[in-house]
Ligand binder design. Sequence first.
Ligand SMILES: C[S@@+](CC[C@H](N)C(=O)[O-])C[C@H]1O[C@@H](n2cnc3c(N)ncnc32)[C@H](O)[C@@H]1O
Length: 459
Amino acid sequence: MAAPVRTGDEVELSVDSLAYGGNGVGRLNGFVVFVRGGLPGDRVRARVTKVKRGFAEGVSLAVLEPSPHRVEAPCRHFGVCGGCRFQDLAYDEQLAAKEQQVRDALVRIGRISEPPLEPIVPATSLYRYRNKLEYSFARTEAGVDLGFHRAGRWDEVIGVDECLLASELGNRVRLAVRDWAREEQLEPYDQATGEGYLRHLVYREGRATGQVLVTLVTAPGERFETGYFVDVLRRFPEVRSIHWAVNDTPAERTNLPTRLLFGEEAIEEEILGLRFRLRPGAFLQTNTEMAERLYELTCEVAGLTGREQVFDLYCGTGTIALALAGAASEVWGVEISEEAVACAIENAARNGIANARFVAGNVGQVLEELVERAGTPDVVVVDPPRAGLAGKALRRTGALRAARIVYVSCNPTTLASDIRVLREEYGYELVRCRPLDMFPHTPHVESVSALELRADVGG
Ligand SMILES: C[S@@+](CC[C@H](N)C(=O)[O-])C[C@H]1O[C@@H](n2cnc3c(N)ncnc32)[C@H](O)[C@@H]1O
């Protein structure tokens, strides 16, 4: 269909649904227009910003008739802060939209006409659910401030008085560090000029243990009195570990080496009764409550009897492997980050789990060698990054011919395209898929799927 619009046009349209990624979907005589800022049920005036072959993109300029699903956003920074996009959409509608996105992906990309989709698992807490927040320092009218990027801008940071996704303690710690920066007259780092000093504050909280780890990230040089910084944070007894990292490049970097300024090297979080060590750079799901639901669901979908050989691919710090170990004969985790593998091994020992082993490596490259060491798996769990089972990983995983693959996904589009290959080329059938909302008010949606090797192709 020829596009009925051109870039720069202003159009009026009704928004029917939310596409994956969070833009509203409207139609002009059947031609799809993705509208940033449009919610399902809205009639909006939008400006077209891009026209492609089969669709256009635009941005909402005015809501002409608001959706009946619109609600008051409780956060005072809503709309300005880039953090939460859907606080103004009723939570039931957020859930319905996310469930629909997973269904659409399985139908359109996965080519499954009637996917075995189960109802989405809602989040237990709609606010204050994050166990990790990364704030940027910036200069605002109020002075040095700490906050998040302005919505739609990578080069501008807004100060935040209260973040409703952080715990109350997390908010108090951030304000204490902001006040310290003002008192010490330290300048925020400016990425454009390379001047200034303070870059980020990373706050991590073991939500089940109450332990807090704080990492200050600065430009090079020791321009603050470390002892006083520690004193400021030690007013909070929960703060058990204080680190300092230096980023000497203009680019944002994660996993920087850190210097311990106070306390223990790591804190702990507890998930499903297991203790996990949290070092500054170690990955852990950022919503503890929902990580428990995710891992419970993964265990249920894996359906282990105690006799299985299990591979946990993309295992991070070993959370899924350790959650499954009690119900398996043996679990092998594979993970590219050596630091995460070291944490996984430590976590296994900390929890007295002897039948979980971990190897560092790229899933696409180490699977054949792992099979030689460990034998063929009965069940394979995969929890890849957003890009899915990229490159050789998909083919090598399919070629394992495990009776069951449990696919934990944070991106329904790559999930669906991987499932399509596993169905069409490796003889797997999708038997269940259950979406899960770990991040209310954001476009993210997780899911856990089970694929089974069809009897006619199984060994
Ligand atoms: C979504 S996280 C899952 C972590 C873990 N399952 C959890 O729930 O905490 C994905 C993990 O895959 C790892 N990773 C990314 N690419 C990889 C690759 N090619 N091979 C192995 N691991 C990889 C990342 O380092 C990250 O720890």
